[in-house]
Design a protein around this ligand. Structure first.
Ligand SMILES: [Zn+2]
Length: 617
């Protein structure tokens, strides 16, 4: 660990001690009795755990009435084993899980675990010869009564969800049946991920050895608030874009920034965190600070950079590779820069730094969430996300931030010279539709059917209502539709989806067509005829015989194509097999994006050795 890092950590620790010891985690739930909960507000390498409070209704009681660290929105699930991932990405059982099977409240009925060791040592059971005991072929690790990984992920997931719903003005039901399952100790790796198939979160544990030490320590990625909020961000993002083509690079790139921004902006809803950031930066946010450094534990363990990522930078598209985490920094950097400009404006206007940073964080959260209502449903690019920010600004902030956003997006190369013109043309082409007051779903369906022409749907295709959501903060109605093969209620469905967003006054604010666009404009009748012809070719190749509906897609080189996508799974891992016109026999596409790209093992520039499962044998 560098001296500079040690110093800044010491500073943060002093600042944390100066502020109030107990913080109120903001929740949108009804007022209820508060339950204390310990958690790391960043990670163990930055500072000691803090104690916050959560609404007691978030915790379910067990049969005896003792509170469990599980409730109606988040359920913690400790599997009986810890996995390791082999070189072919297959998860294999490696050790018996030594963490408590259920996180129960302590004897005082709360989740305060302030005395738990900050840097736990990894201990294993050994036989008389000193060899690691194996039971049924799996290593036996010494049981450890450590709860901070579970409490931190639980608290962070709730904070992310509460923040997102506050920004959205509507419920964002995540996971399965609105319940997000979290496995806080699932495998061995410096990583964590959101699984699109189980719609749940998996956190890994990282064995490491400090220079000059012989003992192995174990870092739980679940004790990193930012990783947990980032993963919860993926779960929210998936709910906000339910029809995304899994593995879409534009969406995955946005997703990494979405996760990082979920962590950043939601942390600013905690007044203690706001005070600590202001004290740390002396109110000048235009600098690298604990808010911009994502996962400081990464920097502490590896000695690389200020964190896993840092949003205070000027990275452009051409400075980054198309690897999704790397490229995502372009959007995160742009968003952070815009945040500082909004903050400066608010601070100069009202002279209250604390209020300014809280409001600026809220505005960035609104951009983050509402951009999902103005991007294409199936496939999208970072440029589409930039255009969606312009639309959110136009609709919700009267165009106040347009120049700021455009300048930033052009500088970062998210926009090219034509982007703003395309967006203006898209705006001008929005059909003139109006939703009747308090329209029922049946009325909305009738409105859609009566306006297929205006919606650019040619005679060979139709639309079916998929879902309706209403927001209570801005009064929007968000309508999703699905493309059909021909028209009528019995017409077969294609995996192509459209999005209509209506304003509080009932007028249509935006329409994202279910058909792939022609250079940013609506698909022409010629394009639709071409799609139709390709559909017949696809059926000839029996692409429709894999149990998945067909979809019309546009390839990166601009060609139209047809494909059917089938989800495959193995253990806790999944991927998509896509049958397309190009290889009709199917191709594998990765759909899980681990939070940390690549493998991190061996001796790091910090001198710390990161161990793999094989090193533990
Ligand atoms: Zn991620």
């Amino acid at each position: 660990m560098s001296k500079r890092l040690m110093l800044s950590k010491l500073m943060i620790l002093v600042l944390a001690l100066m502020s109030l010891p107990v913080t109120q985690l903001q929740t949108s739930a009804a007022e209820g009795p508060n339950t204390k909960i310990s958690f790391y507000s960043q990670d163990p390498f930055v500072e000691e755990s803090a104690i916050g409070r959560m609404d007691a209704s978030r915790f379910d009681p067990d049969a005896s009435g003792r509170l469990l660290l599980s409730g109606d929105r988040v359920r913690m699930n400790e599997e009986s084993v810890i996995y390791k991932q082999d070189s072919t990405q297959v998860f294999k059982k490696f050790a018996w899980n030594p963490w408590p099977a259920y996180a129960w409240s302590n004897e005082k009925g709360n989740f305060k675990f302030a005395d738990e060791v900050r840097f736990p040592i990894h201990e294993v059971e050994r036989d008389a010869d000193g060899k690691i005991v194996l039971r049924d072929g799996l290593q036996v690790w010494t049981p450890r009564d450590l709860n901070l990984g579970s409490t931190t992920t639980f608290a962070a997931a709730h904070a992310a969800r509460d923040a997102a719903e506050f920004w959205a003005g509507r419920e964002i039901p995540w996971g399965v049946d609105n319940l997000l399952e979290i496995e806080p100790h699932a495998f061995i790796d410096f990583n964590a991920f959101y699984s699109v198939i189980t719609r749940s979160l998996f956190f890994a544990v990282v064995p490491y050895r400090l220079p000059g030490e012989t003992q192995v320590k174990m870092f739980e990625t679940a004790t990193c608030w930012e990783i947990a909020a980032h993963e919860a961000g993926h779960a929210l993002h998936h709910t906000l874009k339910p029809n995304i083509v899994l593995g879409n690079v534009g969406f995955d790139t946005w997703g990494e920034s979405f996760g990082d921004q979920t962590a950043t902006w939601s942390s600013l809803r905690d007044p203690r965190r706001v005070r600590s950031v202001l004290a740390e930066t002396s109110g000048n946010l235009y600098t690298s600070n604990s808010l911009t450094r994502i996962v400081e534990a990464f920097a502490a363990l590896t000695g690389k950079g200020t964190g896993l990522r840092d949003s205070f930078q000027n990275k452009k598209v051409s400075d980054t590779t198309d690897e999704v985490h790397d490229r995502s920094q372009v959007l995160s950097g742009a968003a952070y820069k815009v945040f500082t400009l909004i903050y400066d404006g608010l601070k100069n206007g009202q002279g209250n730094e604390q209020k300014a940073i809280t409001e600026a964080g809220d505005i960035m959260g609104v951009f983050l969430i509402h951009a999902a209502d103005h991007t294409p449903e199936n496939e999208l690019t970072l440029e589409d996300v930039g255009k969606a920010y312009l639309k959110v600004d136009k609709e919700l902030y009267g165009g106040r931030y347009r120049n700021t956003l455009v300048n930033e997006f052009i500088n970062r190369e998210i926009f090219n010279g034509g982007s703003v013109g395309e967006w203006i043309a898209h705006e001008a082409a929005a059909p003139d539709l109006r939703l009747p007051n308090r329209a029922s779903n049946e009325k909305i369906e009738r409105l859609v059917q009566a306006n297929l022409n205006k919606l650019g749907i040619g005679p060979d295709f139709g639309l079916k209502l998929q879902s309706v959501a209403r927001d209570e903060r801005f009064g929007k109605t968000i309508v999703r539709v699905q493309l059909t093969d021909g028209r009528g209620s019995e017409a077969p469905l294609f995996e192509n989806h459209g999005l209509l967003t209506f304003r509080a006054d009932g007028t249509l604010a935006d329409y994202q067509s279910p058909l792939p666009s022609d250079d940013g404009a609506q698909a022409s009748i010629e394009t639709q005829a071409r799609g139709r012809a390709l559909m017949s070719a696809a059926r000839g190749l029996r692409i429709d015989q894999h149990g998945a509906p067909l979809s019309i897609v546009r390839r990166q080189d601009g060609r139209l194509s047809i494909e059917a996508r089938v989800m495959r799974t193995s253990g806790i891992y999944c991927w998509v097999e896509a049958f397309t016109l190009e290889p009709p026999e199917g191709e594998r596409r990765e759909v899980i994006v681990p939070t940390i790209p690549g493998t991190i093992d061996g001796v790091q520039p910090s001198g710390v050795r990161i161990l793999t499962a094989d090193d533990l044998e």
